[in-house]
Design a protein around this ligand. Structure first.
Ligand code: PLP
Length: 374
């Protein structure tokens, strides 16, 4: 079968730019790359409790059987959504199959024609894709630059438009955070402006997420939380008011036109949250983050400022960053290079994800090795 020429050309361009993606193999290297910040993805406690719960409650079902609006709903969904609302101090929550689906669903359905979306220029691809599906006009503001946000807001706001301002509480490719408190003050100056925060990389790293850490629950219209990062399982939820819940059930196409998550997935979320409430891994992770930063200073390495579990060392050029990643892999560390076009050309980087289960020795070793390569 012939492969379309235009597609061949796109692949060739990726090869020429050193940016061709391919699926890697599972490896036994020391994990500085997964999103499993608290080790929950491999937690036997969560696995065993989930299994036991499903058996005890006779929930022996492999798939959801349909969209949640048809045959795919179950009391377990409702009870886990209640658990999420309570845990996250939100009026309501709605589970989606993934963070990608949640963002697509929200941004394609909530902002209407004539409305405006303002987004941080480094916002996640899932939000960009949602925005592309929306009929609203969208403008970006400079990364974490709140003076610029205020200027753009002032310029674009009009009498009739609702404005949706979206940011991430921890940026996935930089690990840094916006000043959410000041952002909420800026947003409050204007009528009909709604604040949306994607908390994918903050929940579990900063307890219940940065919005809650900063007591901003009532200033935020919607929070996107995902279960595939620190919670170590799968799926996502949008937290917000009851009206938002009802609206999304009716209009978010990525919620409506897809098979729901399996009961097994939902039960795993239930027990991952129970574990999050009592497990010590959060404290261990925080200690590792502090130690990592201390070592970066000692070795005078050039990292983007971050207090989260994501730490990035900018190394310009796809070829160079790939080479250094390979050298670290050969020393036994799983570190991924982040290439352009995923990040802006010239800002290619090594992305270190820290975990509760990384040892002090591993952190020192990986950074000392890095110092000899850069
Ligand atoms: C900020 C952000 N939002 C949303 C997502 C998507 O989440 P999921 O992996 O559950 O689709 C990700 C994951 O890459 C992310 O980093």
């Amino acid at each position: 079968m012939q492969f379309p020429e235009k597609l061949n050309r796109k692949i060739s361009k990726r090869i020429d730019n050193e940016s061709l993606r391919s699926l890697g193999k599972k490896n036994d290297l020391i994990d500085f790359s997964s999103n499993d910040y608290l080790g929950f993805a491999k937690s036997e406690v969560i696995f065993d409790r989930t299994h036991q719960f499903l058996i005890e409650n006779n929930l022996k079902q492999n798939g959801a059987t349909g969209s949640r609006l048809l045959s795919g709903n179950h009391n377990l969904y409702t009870s886990v959504e209640k658990q999420l609302s309570e845990f996250h101090n939100s009026e309501a929550s709605l589970i989606f199959n993934s963070g990608y689906d949640a963002n697509i669903g929200f941004f394609s359905s909530v902002p209407q024609r004539g409305d405006i979306i303002l987004y941080d220029e480094l916002i996640h691809a899932s939000i960009r894709d949602g925005i592309n599906l929306s009929n609203a006009k969208a403008y970006k503001f400079q990364h974490n630059n709140l003076t610029h946000l205020d200027e753009v807001l002032n310029r674009v706001k009009n009498e009739t438009a609702a404005v949706y301002v979206v940011t991430e509480s921890v940026f996935s490719m930089d690990g840094d955070s916006p000043d959410l408190v000041t952002m909420s003050h800026i947003i409050k100056k204007y009528a009909n402006v709604y604040f949306i925060v994607d908390e994918a990389h903050a929940v579990g790293v900063f307890n219940k997420g940065l919005v809650q850490e900063l007591n901003l629950e009532n200033s935020v219209f919607a929070r996107i939380i995902t279960f595939g990062k620190a919670l170590g399982c799968h799926g996502a939820a949008i937290l917000g008011c009851k009206e938002l819940h009802q609206y999304l059930v009716n209009f978010a196409r990525s919620f409506i036109y897809t098979t729901g998550l399996s009961l097994h997935s939902i039960a795993t979320v239930k027990f991952a949250y129970e574990e999050l409430a009592k497990n010590q891994a959060k404290e261990k992770l925080q200690k590792n983050i502090s130690f990592f930063k201390q070592e970066v200073n000692r070795l005078d390495l050039n990292f983007i400022e971050s207090n989260s579990a994501i730490h990035c060392c900018v190394i310009s050029g796809n070829e160079k960053v790939k080479l250094i990643a390979k050298k670290l892999n050969n020393k036994g560390f799983d570190i991924k290079p982040i290439l352009s076009p995923t990040v802006t050309k010239g800002e290619e980087r090594l992305r270190f994800c820290l975990h509760s289960y990384n040892s002090i020795k591993e952190i020192t070793n990986v950074l000392e090795n890095l110092a000899t390569f850069v």
